[in-house]
Design a protein around this ligand. Structure first.
Ligand code: ADP
Ligand code: MG
Length: 352
């Protein structure tokens, strides 16, 4: 199947990832139809049409999808039952969602794939938390199984006395405990995969987080990460194959002393790949659209020698005036309205 220009792509989720997907799709001559529960999601502002509806409303999702030629999603925390009904029209398929939206299912999948991950345990109550502390040791990080993003739904247990406060902090919801890992750096491998299994990965960036939120991505990533890229790329391509993933997906890694450790999988384009819009021959957004529309994948080479991407988080966006005047700064503003603390409002890419 190769979708002709003029076809309609449904995008479930109307945030900045949906927005940048819609912009890339428009360039290739496609119409995008956004589905989101909010009133004026920022992707709607650049798309051909918009349906407001809840993510668990199976009838509304079926009506939204009917005129679409293909449907994709920009975020993983979606009820999957209404999406199962879309069958082959949904790319990537719900399997990618089911595995990655639940940290316990994701870790079982990663264990079965035989890749290196942080030692972990399921935590459902105080007793299993205390058992996890016994087997994993301290410090450990509690993460809710579902709905976590940008470090939300996480709490550290550094001393025995912190355990109950951490369990309270994650809302006493089903969680996983992970051993606190020592790592020099964090990085991500982003891969595009077609339905017949062709893959392309981008050059790897070093990702710098602050308070669980991505602050900056930079290329080159430095020698510690560079020594681990070959293995991490092989792991990522293998995971994409195991999922039968069609589209772009991302694997986050810790660069640990004994090699790359998988942190988590995002079944989608990723914040650490925003630099690809100006810094690569092909952006992650265009590649995703190509993969789900049955078009050939394109070259992912760097177009410069160094690239950096800085997120504009909360009132960082007030630097707009200076950034817009900076030669060589590619400013992206997501048109999200109010700049709440921790909210991703835009990003700036510099290619040299
Ligand atoms: P999110 O879904 O919010 O991105 P992550 O699991 O990626 O959640 O965690 C966010 C950040 O927290 C990571 O990028 C890393 O900096 C830190 N972190 C996560 N797990 C661990 C761990 N086991 N040990 C040390 N740091 C961790
Ligand atoms: Mg993460």
């Amino acid at each position: 199947m190769r979708l002709a220009p003029g076809s309609t792509i449904g995008i479930i989720g109307g945030g900045q990832l949906g927005r940048m997907l819609a912009i890339a799709a428009a360039q290739l001559g496609y119409h995008c139809h956004i589905y989101d529960p909010h009133e004026a999601p920022c992707a709607d502002l650049v798309a051909a049409s918009f349906t407001r509806g809840s993510f668990d409303d199976a009838d509304a999702i079926a009506r939204f999808a009917a005129p679409c030629d293909v449907v994709t999603y920009e975020f993983e925390n979606l009820p999957t039952a209404p999406l199962d009904a879309l069958g082959d029209k949904l790319r990537p398929a719900t399997h990618s969602l089911k595995v990655t939206q639940d940290r316990a299912a994701e870790k079982r999948f990663l264990d079965a794939a035989g890749v290196r991950i942080a030692p972990w345990a399921e935590v459902d109550d105080e007793a299993s938390l205390s058992a996890a502390i016994d087997t994993l040791g301290l410090p450990l990080l509690l993460k809710t199984r579902r709905f976590g993003y940008d470090g939300k739904g996480q709490a550290w247990v550094r001393a025995l006395d912190d355990a109950i406060a951490a369990w309270d902090a994650v809302g006493r919801r089903p969680a996983v405990a992970e051993k606190g890992m020592h790592f020099a750096d964090e990085f991500s491998v982003i891969v595009g995969r077609t339905s017949d299994g062709a893959t392309r990965v981008w050059p790897v960036s070093r990702n710098i987080h602050e308070g669980g939120i991505l602050r900056r991505s930079e290329i080159p990533p430095g020698s510690t990460i560079e020594a681990q890229i070959a293995e991490a790329v092989e792991v990522t391509a293998g995971l994409a194959d195991r999922l039968g993933h069609v589209g772009v997906m991302t694997v986050e890694f810790f660069a640990c002393a004994d090699g790359p450790v998988v942190n988590e999988i995002a079944p989608r384009v990723h914040n650490s790949g925003h630099w690809t819009i100006e810094g690569s021959m092909t952006s992650q957004f265009e590649q995703h659209i190509r993969a789900i529309c049955g078009l050939p994948l394109r070259d992912t080479r760097l177009v410069g020698r160094t690239v950096s991407m800085d997120n504009l988080i909360g009132d960082d966006v007030d630097q707009w005036d200076a950034l817009i005047a900076e030669p060589g700064a590619h400013v992206h503003l997501y048109n999200k309205g109010q700049a709440r603390p921790g909210r991703k409002m835009g990003h700036v890419t510099r290619v040299a």
